[in-house]
Write a protein that binds this ligand. Structure first.
Ligand SMILES: *Cc1c(COP(=O)(O)O)cnc(C)c1O
Length: 195
């Protein structure tokens, strides 16, 4: 089980303090903010793994493949194509998770559960991406457990081993449901500054 420390909007001192404990896996939800924070730090740090956990626009795909080791938010074919082209151009191929909108919430990113298998297949076969797992953010007003269970079953059916699920409020449930990566921000850093 891997702890992804969600460092979005946190001040530099807070990140340095977590780095000093040996934490090396970090999640960011905006490409530009992550570039500003990590580009310089990267050169001095061995074993750092950066994971993009926020929505990605196709026009940021190149910046994303240069900076991130894992992109957790693939949710449409157009983005798969943009990532494949960016990887080719920049000579760097992050691993990918498919984000599933398990609650089918209209305002939320993620592929609908019934369309996930096709997207996984297309991302692998047509675009040659290394799809290693699934990610979800359950609806805020529902119990998380059925969503985590759905994601786990989908991963099993599609032969995927990585499950990124669980945040500060529900990571224990997620671990019980088989999470391999939990994304924890406030429980680790304290409240975020509003961007
Ligand atoms: C901000 C964020 C988190 C961390 O949320 P906390 O409740 O602060 O732990 C996890 N996942 C995603 C996708 C996020 O945007």
């Amino acid at each position: 089980m891997t702890l992804t420390a969600v460092s979005k909007t946190q001040p530099d001192e807070a990140i340095d303090a977590i780095l000093a404990t040996g934490q090396r896996v970090f999640g960011e939800n905006r490409v530009q903010e992550a570039q500003a924070r990590w580009t310089e730090r990267l050169s001095g740090l061995d074993g750092l793994e950066l994971r993009l956990i926020g929505p990605l626009q196709t026009n940021k795909a190149e910046d994303a493949v240069v900076l991130f080791d894992v992109i957790e938010t693939l949710d449409r074919e157009k983005l798969a194509r943009a990532l494949a082209e960016a990887a080719q151009k920049r000579g760097r191929s992050p691993r990918v998770l498919v984000q599933v909108n398990t609650g089918a919430e209209p305002q939320k990113a993620g592929v609908l559960p019934e369309a996930a298998a096709a997207l996984i297949e297309t991302a692998r076969r047509t675009y040659g991406l290394t799809v290693e797992g699934l990610m979800c953010i359950p609806p805020a007003d529902q119990e998380a457990e059925p969503h985590f269970a759905l994601l786990r079953d989908m991963a099993e059916r599609n032969g995927l081993s990585v499950l990124s699920m669980g945040m500060s409020g529900d990571y224990e449930t997620a671990i019980r449901c088989g999470a391999t990566h939990v994304r924890v921000g406030t429980a680790l850093f304290g409240e975020r500054n509003r961007p």
